[in-house]
Design a binder for this molecule. Structure first.
Ligand SMILES: [Zn+2]
Length: 76
């Protein structure tokens, strides 16, 4: 049986909401199917899931930067 690194609780299949607040935005992904500690609720994402979350944040970073870039003055 796999134990939680943090509290030694039992790891079970479950759902976890992932939320992060970055400089200028926040992301909440609901109901990620993953391994979760039954005691402290720590999520153990597999490498694929970690990669997916990383990709989402990378995309968000780039797109948000674009949205917040100063608009060049209109040429007359
Ligand atoms: Zn735990």
């Amino acid at each position: 049986m796999v134990k939680c690194h943090f509290c030694g609780g039992e790891i079970v299949k479950g759902k976890k909401n992932f939320s992060v607040t970055r400089g200028n935005y926040c992301v909440i992904i609901r109901d990620i199917q993953t391994d979760v500690c039954s005691q402290c609720g720590e999520a153990y994402y597999d490498p694929e899931q970690g990669k997916a979350i990383e990709e989402i944040l990378k995309t968000m970073d780039n797109q948000v930067k674009k949205l917040q870039a100063p608009i060049p003055p209109a040429r007359s």
